[in-house]
Design a protein around this ligand. Structure first.
Ligand code: BJW
Length: 232
C-alpha cells in the first residue's frame, strides 16, 4: 500500500490515456495520436458531430471495437487492489472512456469524460448501453428524439460529476495523477486545486506533464511499472 500512509487518509487518483497505453490503446497527443489525419480537438466537438456525424461515429465505433482486443494491464490491476484494500476514502477519476479500470475490478471510479460503451440522447440526456439502441439514427426510447450520440464529453461540454470530483479534491490528503499530459482542462487544474486544499501531490507519468512543477513528487516511467511499485 502507498508508503508512509495510514489507511484512514483520503486518496484521489486521476488517470489519463497513458495508463491504458500498454494495454494497446493509443494516447491522444503522442506518436500515433492523430486519427486519419485529424486531431482529437477537431473530432471531439459538438460542431464536428453536427457537421459530419458519420465521421464522428466512425471514430467512436473503431475505438469501441478496439476494446474487444485489449485487457487491463498491471497498472489498472494495482489500482483495483488499492481500491479493494484501502479503508479510507478513495476515488479514481478517469478521463478515459475505455472500461479497463472496471474490468480490472475497480469500484470507486467515475468517468469524467464519458464512456465508449454508453449512448446518450442529445435531447433528453437518457443513457443506454451501446449498442442496444443503435445503429446510429435509432431514436431514443425515452423521448423519441431521432438520434443517440456517443456518451462522450466533447470539447466545450461540461465534464461529468464535477461536484463529486471537487468534493473529493477538497477532502483528499493525497492526489495522484497517472498517465495524463495535463493538456486538457478542467482535469489539468486538479493538481492546483488539491494543493490549495492541502493535499500532497504525486505524478506518475512517462515524461513530465504540462503541470509537472505543481507536483510535490514526480516519478517517470511506464505506468505498468510505476503504479504497482507505488501501490504494493
Ligand atoms: C504514459 C504511458 C505509459 C504514455 N505509462 N504514461 C484554453 C485554455 C484552457 C482551457 C481551454 C482553452 N480552450 C478551451 C478550453 C477548455 C477545454 C480544453 O482544456 N482545451 C485544451 C485543448 C486547451 N476543455 C473542455 O472543453 C472541457 N470542458 C470544459 O472545460 O467545460 C467547461 C468547464 C468550466 C468550469 C468547470 C468545468 C468545466 C471538456 C474536455 C473534454 C475532453 N475530451 C477528450 C475526448 C473525449 C474522450 C475520448 O474521445 O476519448 O478527452 S480530449 C482527450 O484529451 C480525451 C482525454 O480524456 C483528454 C486528456 O488526454 P490525456 O488522457 O491526458 O492523454 P494525452 O494523450 O494527452 O497524454 C497521455 C500521457 O500519458 C502523456 O503525458 C504520455 O507521456 C503519457 N504516457 N504512455 C505512463 N505507458
Amino acid at each position: 500500500m502507498p508508503v508512509h500512509m495510514n489507511d484512514e487518509r483520503g486518496i484521489m487518483i486521476l488517470t489519463g490515456a497513458g495508463i491504458s497505453a500498454e494495454s494497446g490503446l493509443a494516447t491522444f497527443r503522442g506518436p500515433g495520436g492523430l486519427w486519419e489525419g485529424h486531431r482529437v480537438e477537431d473530432v471531439c466537438t459538438p460542431e464536428a458531430l453536427a457537421a459530419d456525424p458519420a465521421l464522428v461515429h466512425r471514430f467512436y465505433d473503431l475505438r469501441r471495437d478496439a476494446l474487444n482486443d485489449v485487457t487491463p494491464n498491471a497498472a489498472h490491476e494495482a489500482l483495483a487492489r488499492l481500491d479493494a484494500a484501502w479503508a479510507g476514502e478513495l476515488l479514481i477519476v478517469t478521463q478515459n472512456v475505455d472500461d479497463l479500470h472496471e474490468r480490472a475490478g475497480a469500484k470507486r471510479l467515475l468517468h469524467m469524460h464519458g464512456e465508449l460503451r454508453s449512448a446518450l440522447c442529445a435531447s433528453c440526456d437518457e443513457r443506454a448501453p451501446w449498442p442496444d439502441p443503435l445503429p446510429p439514427g435509432t431514436s431514443c426510447a425515452a423521448c423519441g428524439a431521432p438520434a443517440m450520440r456517443p456518451d462522450i464529453v466533447f470539447f466545450g461540454e461540461m465534464p461529468y460529476q464535477m461536484e463529486a470530483i471537487e468534493a473529493a479534491l477538497s477532502r483528499c490528503d493525497l492526489f495522484v495523477s497517472i498517465g495524463t499530459s495535463g493538456a486538457v482542462y478542467p482535469a489539468a487544474g486538479f493538481v492546483q486545486l488539491a494543493r490549495r486544499y492541502g493535499a500532497e501531490t504525486l505524478e506518475l507519468n512517462l515524461e513530465p506533464s504540462a503541470g509537472s512543477d505543481w507536483f510535490d513528487d514526480s516519478r517517470f516511467g511506464p505506468a505498468s511499472v510505476l503504479v504497482p511499485a507505488w501501490v504494493d
